[in-house]
Design a protein around this ligand. Structure first.
Ligand SMILES: Cc1ncc(COP(=O)(O)O)c(C=O)c1O
Length: 377
């Protein structure tokens, strides 16, 4: 039996609430669970408004669309992230401007952001990679100084926290509570999953209204089937929201379980030569969305060879992101010519993540760690 890279943990409560949708016929984009899910998730993240959409990629598209960027405006984004960040920016007519990753947290290197700010800069899109928060205080100060909007991609950071504010007033804040908007994914490998799904959070009432309009084709409020603006069909369903509501009833348990999985791996894998593990900065609570490891080149293995050997031992893995600057689809648009980001390039070649789903058992974690030790022995 292979240990799968992800297996969701769904229970009777999910079945009960989804069944309610089926029994009552509220299966589409109206129904009480949608608003309940939006309000509960916004509240959990310390935000005023939530707009649920069909996936995390579309959440980013709506958020960037709501910034009303002009062609040639620039958005600063880490190169080490999913392509969804770049598609949201390029589809809006704006240009992604890249920064390299921090070699330890794997998040955007905040120190590099200042050197990428130009008169065309309009926004920054930090991404909390694999569940470790970006240093949002440092980034927020920079954004404020240059009047840049922050759109937080917290797709992988459900329940991750960071200590924010000056020493005496510092308090733990959840990822997704910073910037003008924050975006989430609820894909099946996310701690809270609705199968497919996403959400944009904001504290601004008018922005929330705009996002709701963009989500539903920008129907004119006074005349059905009249449209003043081109929108999206990004609607979310009551069926999916029912799944989400059931999980938010036990969100603390879900986050605690993710952190337990992360700590269990750290305990068992610390000290293996040539194997870099995820970190947790003193100001951060990492939820270890996916437990990533990076191999030193001195092991003689790259991530692809390591993955093959782990699979032979019954352990499924996934490679790390390929940097945006190495994406053929983006290079063909004429982007990033000649640009190099050595940290992201190394992570892409040498990094992979181990099984990390909520259904992972202690025995499976032992199996995975034994396989890692055997391959690297
Ligand atoms: C950082 C990040 N942003 C956005 C997304 C896109 O989410 P979705 O798969 O729901 O479209 C993902 C997906 O895993 C992600 O990891």
């Amino acid at each position: 039996m292979v240990v799968p890279v992800n297996e969701p943990l769904l229970g009777d409560r999910e079945l009960e609430l989804v069944s309610q949708c089926i029994r009552t016929g509220w299966i589409s984009s109206s129904g009480r669970f949608i608003e309940e899910f939006e309000q509960r998730w916004a509240g959990y993240c310390g935000r005023r408004h939530g707009v649920a959409v069909c996936n995390g990629t579309v959440a980013l598209q709506l958020a960037v669309a709501a910034l009303d960027l002009s062609p040639g405006d620039e958005v600063i984004v880490p190169t080490f992230t999913i392509i969804s960040c770049a598609t949201a920016i390029t589809l809006s007519g704006a240009v992604p401007v890249l920064v390299d990753a921090d070699p330890e947290t794997w998040c955007m290197d905040v120190d590099q952001v200042a050197s990428k700010i130009t008169p065309r800069s309009r926004a920054i899109m930090p991404v909390h990679i694999y569940g470790h928060p970006v240093d949002m205080d440092a980034l927020g100060a920079l954004a404020a100084r240059h009047e840049l909007a922050i759109v937080e991609d917290a797709a992988e950071a459900h329940g991750s926290e960071l200590l924010s504010g000056r020493a005496s007033e510092a308090r733990w804040r959840r990822c997704g509570s910073f910037g003008r908007m924050s975006c989430f994914s609820f894909y099946a490998n996310k701690p809270v999953t609705t199968g497919e799904g996403g959400m944009v959070l904001t504290d601004e009432e008018a922005l929330a209204q705009r996002l709701r309009s963009l989500r539903n084709l920008c129907f004119h409020p006074g005349r059905r089937f009249a449209h003043d603006e081109l929108g999206f069909n990004a609607r979310f369903t009551n069926l999916q929201a029912a799944l989400g509501v059931a999980q938010l009833e036990r969100i603390d348990e879900i986050v605690a379980r993710k952190r337990w999985i992360g700590r269990s791996y750290v305990e068992r894998l610390t000290g293996i030569p040539g194997l870099q593990l995820p970190v947790e900065r003193s100001w951060a609570h990492n939820i270890y969305w996916m437990f990533g490891v990076v191999l030193d080149e001195a092991t003689g293995l790259d991530a692809a060879a390591f993955a093959e050997r782990l699979l032979a031992c019954g352990v499924e893995t996934r490679p790390f992101f390929l940097g945006l600057h190495e994406q053929p689809a983006l290079r063909r648009l004429g982007l990033f010519a000649g640009q190099r980001y050595p940290v992201a390039e190394r992570l892409a070649r040498q990094g992979l993540y181990l099984p990390s789903g909520l259904a992972l058992s202690a025995e499976q974690i032992d199996t995975v760690c034994a396989a890692v030790r055997e391959v690297l022995a």
